[in-house]
Write a protein that binds this ligand. Structure first.
Ligand code: SF4
Length: 241
């Protein structure tokens, strides 16, 4: 299928083919496989993901490290006065909301499992592991995917962050009205069923990199974009007035 056909085809099969084509082009641009660099422990990845909401990576790391240094264990974080947890995570946005949410989540995991370990998720069928995390208070699809994929569990579940979402919208992989939560389902459905964690991770990372390095929120740099030939947004932007 050529690039022109890919741009205009709207069937699920054609969208899936377009997603693969974009994947190959962006992998060539940014380099795949992309090394994993997150927390090994799934509980730590879960907490980090909750801290990262609307927060820069460097500030997320500051909050996470402050929690570990101040309390030492996640049991101590769970049982601490909420104000102390809030003070530790002040580098993240909305610490007053995140502190009680993290403690509530830690209490819920303890109540269900008897301890604070999430390694058992590696032994559950993927859909069960996803549903278990999704049912925790304050945990949405991006946090579920980050916990399962970025940690040493390495389960093939794709997160969609704001960069990934914006690039997918502009490329026409999802309709303009699709929000980030729904995008997790629709964009995952475009990927081959047999893809392993590394392939799923690469796909997320290269779309995110593209959003950070070329397809900017305000002024996307379409002139130098390597997927311009399948991007209806970029082609419309560059059309002569
Ligand atoms: S052509 Fe422009 S709008 Fe489309 S993906 Fe590239 S930078 Fe983004």
């Amino acid at each position: 299928m050529d690039a022109q056909t890919l741009t205009h085809a709207m069937t699920q099969e054609a969208l899936a083919e377009k997603a693969l084509w974009v994947h190959a082009r962006l992998c060539a641009e940014y380099g795949c496989p992309v090394p994993f660099f997150r927390h090994d422990d799934p509980l730590e990845e879960l907490i980090s993901a909750l801290l990262s909401h609307r927060t820069k990576n460097s500030d997320t790391a500051k909050s996470f490290n402050a929690l570990k240094e101040r309390f030492g264990t996640w049991e101590a974080v769970r049982d601490a006065p909420t104000g102390d947890v809030e003070a530790c995570i002040r580098f993240s946005r909305w610490p007053e909301q995140k502190a009680p949410r993290i403690q509530q989540m830690l209490r819920e995991i303890t109540a269900r499992q008897g301890d604070l370990s999430l390694w058992f998720l590696g032994n559950l069928p993927l859909e069960e592991a996803r549903a278990w995390l999704d049912s925790l208070p304050g945990v949405g699809p991006k946090t579920v995917a980050a916990t399962l994929l970025f940690s040493a569990l390495r389960r093939p579940v794709m997160p969609v962050d704001s960069h990934h979402h914006r690039v997918a919208l502009r490329l026409g992989l999802i309709a303009p009205t699709v929000g980030e939560a729904r995008a997790h389902v629709l964009l995952s459905d475009l990927l081959p069923e047999g893809w392993d964690a590394q392939q799923v991770y690469d796909h997320h990372e290269v779309l995110m990199f593209h959003g950070q390095r070329c397809c900017y929120f305000r002024k996307p740099d379409c002139h130098r974009c390597v997927v311009l030939d399948v991007c209806p947004t970029g082609q419309a932007r560059l059309e002569p007035a």
